[in-house]
Each structure stands twice: as C-alpha cells, then as structure tokens.
Design a protein around this ligand. Structure first.
Ligand code: 13P
Length: 252
C-alpha cells in the first residue's frame, strides 16, 4: 500500500483546548481540499481519544507517538498497544530519535514495539536517521541499515507490508536545516533498496518512506517530488493548521 502520507508529530505540545482547536481546523481545512495523500495527526496520548472521534467523522487518521513494548501490567506511566487499539488508533510512531536519545530506547525494544503494534492491528511508523557526526564521518548509510535491521527487519512479509518508514536525519530535526532534496532521495532510495533485498522488489515498491526534519510549506514540494520520497513526518510545522495543510497539498 504505497501511499503518499503527511503525518504531524505534535510531540509534547498543546493543551487539550488547543489540541482540539488544531485538529478541528485541520479537519475543516481538509474538507475543502482534493488531497493526494493520507493525512495523519499524532497528538499527545492524552488527546488520542478526542482525536479519534474526529477521525470517525472525517478523512483524518490518528497516530500515537509511542507505545509500551508490554501489553499490560505494572509499568507506571506507560500506554499499551491494546489501549491504543481500544480507541481505534491506526498508526503509532516508534523509534523517534528523541525517544532513542532521551529515553534510551534500544533496537531490541523497538522490535518488540513493532511486534506488539502489529499484533493489535496498528501500523508502526518506524523512524530512523543519523546524527550529524555520523553523516560527517560518512557512516550514515550504515547507521540507518543497522536501525532498520534491529527494529523491523525481523518482521515477516505480511507484517512488513503494514509498516511505514520515516527517514529523519537528526541534524535536520527542529534545526531549520533541512536535508536537500538530493540527500533525502539518496537515503530513501538506499532504504527502498534494503527493503527490496530483505523482502522483495514488490514489497519495497509498496512501502511508504517519509522524510522528516524541518519540512515546511516552502520546501515540501521539492522534497516530495523525489521518486522515493512518499511524504513527510512533520514536527514544528504540524502545529499550525495552515502550514500543515499547505504541506499536505504539496504533491504534484
Ligand atoms: P521538525 O519538523 O520540527 O524538524 O521535526 C521533525 C520531527 O521530528 C518529526 O517527527
């Protein structure tokens, strides 16, 4: 199911009222648009049920930003995949660099998160990407290959067909420094080739690979016009309905 996708990762932003206002503005804006992509909003966990109600009445899809690798039990503060499924959440971001960095998430944990999401019918949006130092050393392809191998390449073909990959070079996240369209295309083609080698050419062609990192209404069109860039995972620019919708309208 290779589709164009624009997903907003709201991170830890917005009060409940602000979140409701933002999702309402996005949904109303989408009504007027003939979209060439799927639009996903990933609000903080506390607002997922409210957002899910909007999804019932509109074309918007809802994703969580994280999930526990366990299905229930004594894990204070965590949210389990069956809980997300019980409020009809369709997607969940895993492996975001902020979670790898600040919460020390490992490849092994991410593999378990991918498994448990798929067990409950939720599609993982798996993030990968190198830090600046790794790019400067020229090891960015190796880093991304390792992240994919550890996190999702244990999945079987059927499972993998429900995965979305997001390439987010860490040096481009929240910095205003976007990867050039050429840098994004180069890495996306590399990722698609890895998927082709691991699974099949058909599965690789069907996988949506999103770009994330300072994507905005001004650069989205150039990024998305690359053959292997199937949309974006948007941070800062997803917090304003106008900007987010302009990005969603950036497919030729
Ligand atoms: P920015 O768009 O704010 O750079 O964030 C990207 C990101 O981390 C999305 O997950």
């Amino acid at each position: 199911m290779r589709k164009n996708i624009v997903a907003g990762n709201w991170k830890m932003n917005k009060t409940f009222q602000e979140a409701e206002e933002l999702i309402d503005q996005i949904v109303v804006g989408m009504e007027e648009m003939s979209l060439k992509c799927e639009v996903i909003a990933c609000p903080p966990a506390l607002y997922l049920e409210m957002a899910s109600d909007y999804a019932e009445e509109s074309r918007i899809k809802i994703g969580a930003q994280n999930v526990s690798e366990h299905d229930k039990g004594a894990y204070t503060g965590e949210i389990a995949a069956p809980m997300l499924a019980s409020v009809d959440i369709e997607y969940c971001i895993i492996g975001h660099s902020e979670r790898r960095k600040y919460f020390h998430e490992t490849g092994e944990q991410l593999a378990k998160k991918a498994d448990i999401l798929l067990d409950y019918g939720i599609k993982p949006i798996f993030c990968c990407g190198e830090v600046l130092e790794e790019r400067e050393k020229g090891i960015h392809f190796d880093v991304v290959r390792k992240q994919l191998t550890e996190g999702i390449f244990h999945l079987n073909k059927d499972e993998f067909s429900n995965v979305v990959v997001a390439y987010e070079p860490v040096w481009a996240i929240g910095t205003g420094k976007t990867a050039s369209p050429g840098q994004a295309q180069e890495m996306h083609a590399f990722i698609r080739n890895l998927i082709s080698e691991k699974y099949s050419k058909e599965i690789a062609e069907e996988t949506s690979i999103l770009y994330g990192g300072s994507c905005n209404p001004g650069n989205a069109k150039a990024l998305f016009s690359n053959p292997d860039v199937d949309g974006g995972l948007i941070g800062g620019a997803s917090l304003k309905a106008d900007d987010f919708l302009k990005i969603a309208a950036s497919f030729e």
